[in-house]
Design a protein around this ligand. Structure first.
Ligand code: FES
Length: 104
């Protein structure tokens, strides 16, 4: 059974060890795949000063904001490194065949 919303991404669109920005149902998300193949998604907008997290780097499961280097966990959305102090929402991601799906 298919659940969740399609991101419009295919698995091959996201290189392992990277994140990407995609808008799903009007919600901008930062979707990524770790080097060991685990998928996650968090809100795309950094809580510090609205950096675009999907434009950042993925280091393990840490998404680094491209603006000031704050870090968020790709799976929980919690802050790993300042300057942000407020976490972001996290969403479950799964594959339906090659389609990347997210639970909003
Ligand atoms: S906007 Fe993200 S760390 Fe400042």
């Amino acid at each position: 059974m298919t659940t969740g919303f399609t991101t419009g991404l295919q698995a091959a669109d996201v290189t392992p060890g990277t994140v990407i920005t995609v808008v799903v149902q009007g919600v901008p998300l930062c979707v990524g795949q770790t080097l060991d193949g685990q998928w996650g998604a968090i809100d795309d907008v950094c809580t510090h000063d609205e950096g675009d997290l999907g434009e950042g780097e993925l280091d393990g499961s840490a998404v680094e904001c491209p603006r000031h280097g704050g870090r968020f966990d790709l799976f929980s959305g919690r802050v790993i490194a300042l300057p942000p102090v407020i976490g972001v929402r996290a969403y479950s991601v799964h594959l339906d065949g090659d389609a990347v799906m997210v639970e909003l």
